[in-house]
Write a protein that binds this ligand. Structure first.
Ligand SMILES: Cc1cc2nc3c(=O)[nH]c(=O)nc-3n(C[C@H](O)[C@H](O)[C@H](O)COP(=O)(O)O)c2cc1C
Length: 328
């Protein structure tokens, strides 16, 4: 088994300590595994430029590599190598540090299980160019993952989007999530090694990340020291209210639930049917693939019909913006 720890924190600081402790737990569960650790802090990972070269290459029968070359490929290759992953990132301004999101933006579309298998099916049927068997399937291979969000604040509300955003890494390739941990309070804990419960929790979450790979009876890790989640799929407590109704949504999984107040406490029920269409399932991802595939048929006639108007507006208001507004 190949096990990978990724830390987006400073070298040898809190996130490194927590991810490495989880890797000690992984080692216990998999004595023969190969274990690697990557710290990304000094890596150069630029943003996705939205150039579309990866999608175009896929449509032309090739692999959908990112054509922009920097340290992204090195981290991507480590992920492609791994079967089980522990990923930790510090919270910077309520969310994981920006480098994490830059990595996710370039990683996710090119590892979207539904989008890629959609194209490969078409290749098999001869409806798209390329040989489906040439595609590097390790992009979509089975993986488990656990997330550690690390924050300085002692209140959870200053780390409110930490663990939630970390889930964006694993859902496109349908990684199985074995735990997510909000390791806040670093400002008062001083050093993770001074909090025995925290270190025990990291260890146990690491163990389950390995054990859950082959054994579906191994449960998602829930610390006794941390409040439980509300969404039964991603275990987050962030909820989108659909105004004027009792319906709510999990913004991570995109599933709908029913909100009620029971004995003075808020309760949210997510049906089995909704859980089965969460964003990180094949069904949920496929809903979005179908939606995207339909864009062209809707937009192309609109653009053709309004071509003259759009050309005029683009010339007057966009290309002439500098002279008309900015440098006036
Ligand atoms: C620019 C910046 C913004 C931060 N914003 C938050 C925040 O919103 N909430 C929080 O709990 N901690 C915040 N922190 C504290 C870090 O999350 C904390 O120091 C963490 O331990 C850093 O991870 P590291 O030690 O692995 O590098 C911030 C730190 C920096 C440098």
């Amino acid at each position: 088994m190949n096990i990978l720890g990724i830390s987006f924190g400073k070298k040898n600081a809190n996130t490194d300590i927590l991810v490495k402790e989880a890797l000690y737990g992984c080692r216990e569960a998999a004595p023969d595994a190969e274990i690697r650790f990557v710290n990304t802090c000094s890596m150069n990972i630029g943003r996705c430029r939205g150039c579309g070269a990866c999608s175009t290459a896929l449509e032309k029968g090739k692999d959908n590599d990112c054509i922009f070359k920097d340290d992204f490929q090195e981290l991507e290759n480590q992920v492609r190598w791994a079967d089980a992953i522990v990923l930790g990132a510090p919270v910077y301004v309520l969310q994981p540090v920006g480098q994490f999101k830059d990595f996710v933006d370039r990683f996710s579309c090119r590892h979207d299980y539904s989008a890629i298998t959609w194209v490969l099916d078409k290749r098999r049927k001869g409806e798209m160019p390329g040989n489906a068997d040439d595609y590097p399937m390790e992009r979509l291979k089975k993986r488990t993952v656990s997330y550690i969000s690390v924050g300085g604040a002692s209140t959870e509300n200053w780390t409110s989007m930490g663990t939630a955003t970390l889930h964006l890494f694993g859902f496109p390739p349908m990684m199985k999530v074995m735990g997510n941990y909000n390791a806040n309070s670093m400002g008062t804990i001083a050093n993770p090694y001074l909090d025995d419960q925290l270190m025990d929790d990291m260890h146990e979450m690491g163990r389950r990340t390995v054990q859950g790979y082959a054994d579906d009876s191994v449960e998602f890790f829930q610390s006794t020291a941390k409040p439980a989640g509300v969404c039964p799929v991603c275990h987050q407590r962030i909820i989108t209210i659909l105004p004027g109704t009792t319906r709510v949504e999990c913004p991570i999984c995109g599933i709908e639930g029913e909100l009620s107040i029971e004995n003075g406490a808020v309760h949210v029920e997510f049906s089995k049917e909704q859980q089965e269409r969460a964003r990180g399932t094949f069904k949920g991802l496929r809903e979005h693939t179908v939606e995207i595939q339909g864009f062209g048929a809707i937009c192309a006639p609109k653009i053709m019909k309004n071509k003259e108007k759009l050309d005029k507006l683009m010339k007057e208001r966009i290309r002439n913006f500098d002279t008309a507004i900015q440098n006036k």
